[in-house]
Design a protein around this ligand. Structure first.
Ligand SMILES: Nc1ncnc2c1ncn2[C@@H]1O[C@H](COP(=O)(O)OP(=O)(O)OP(=O)(O)O)[C@@H](O)[C@H]1O
Length: 249
């Protein structure tokens, strides 16, 4: 559904060059790379927030650059740490506002959709709470619910697990499975290589604005590659719970 061809974006003096990838519905792509390698720039350029110098981004063969803002909002959304909503808004308001591009004239139907999404993300009891009165994990769930209510095909997550404790971090990845089961595609900036191996179908690795690897996590994220990428020394063990390789660092 998503196809990125020879993407070249310039932001100030930074250049993101030559990104190529394809993503299907129900797949999770992890984006990895050292700080400043261009991960957020890549996500934002998919939303056409930065001018594309060269190359194309298409969703179902439609060029993202040629879509209107409201058309784009029907296909793609970005959940970033930079929350733009005023924290006095309630959880219900947040999710309701997400419907603006897909809203029908049937108020009852709209209410049912919103309530369903709130239930799915275990937020029914919080629906009238201001966002400021939620914990980090609850706020994260509220933003997931917002993305779901928007009914987009592609959800972009910019470092979604920052500030989450171990419990909510695990919960985020569980919710990512909802996204997969709902046959939506997602792209997640991941800093923990183990999470990438465990939860992503494909990974894209950036360094200094260039893609240096792309493929299945187990093929790309070998110990020597990761050690070189982040300039660290690691040990690998087999996780007895699932038989998968896990890195200790
Ligand atoms: N609006 C901007 N104007 C100028 N330079 C920018 C702008 N946004 C980002 N940059 C620069 O582009 C480079 C890539 O930034 P980006 O945020 O994409 O990296 P990142 O891989 O997401 O980093 P991190 O892991 O630290 O979040 C950085 O050197 C950053 O300073």
């Amino acid at each position: 559904m998503l196809k990125v061809e020879q993407l070249h974006v310039e932001v100030g003096t930074f250049q993101l060059r030559g990104v190529e990838l394809e993503l299907e519905r129900g797949e999770v792509l992890g984006v990895l790379g050292p700080n400043g390698s261009g991960k957020s720039t890549f996500l934002k350029s998919l939303l056409n927030l930065y001018p594309i110098r060269n190359g194309t981004v298409t969703i179902d063969e439609r060029n993202v650059q040629k879509m209107t803002a409201s058309e784009r909002a029907r296909h793609i959304t970005l959940l970033s740490q930079m929350k733009t909503w005023t924290m006095a808004q309630t959880v219900y308001d947040l999710v309701e506002a997400a419907r603006y591009a897909v809203r029908t004239h049937d108020a009852k139907h709209e209410q049912a959709i919103i309530n369903n999404v709130l239930q799915q993300f275990e937020l029914s009891a919080y629906k009238n709470r201001p966002l400021a009165h939620l914990s980090g994990g609850e706020l994260q769930r509220a933003y997931m619910a917002k993305a779901f209510a928007q009914e987009v095909d592609l959800i972009l997550f910019d470092e979604p697990t920052t500030h989450l404790d171990l419990h909510y971090r695990a919960q985020f990845f569980e919710q990512l499975l909802y996204v997969k089961r709902a046959n939506k595609a997602s792209i997640v900036i991941v800093h923990d290589v183990n999470d990438a191996i465990h939860y992503c179908d494909r990974v894209l690795v950036l360094r200094e604005g260039s893609p240096i690897a792309y493929g299945q996590p187990v093929d790309v994220l070998t110990q020597s590659f990761v050690e070189q990428l982040y300039e660290v020394t690691m040990t690998s063990v087999i996780d007895p719970r699932n038989g998968m390789t896990k890195y200790l660092y």
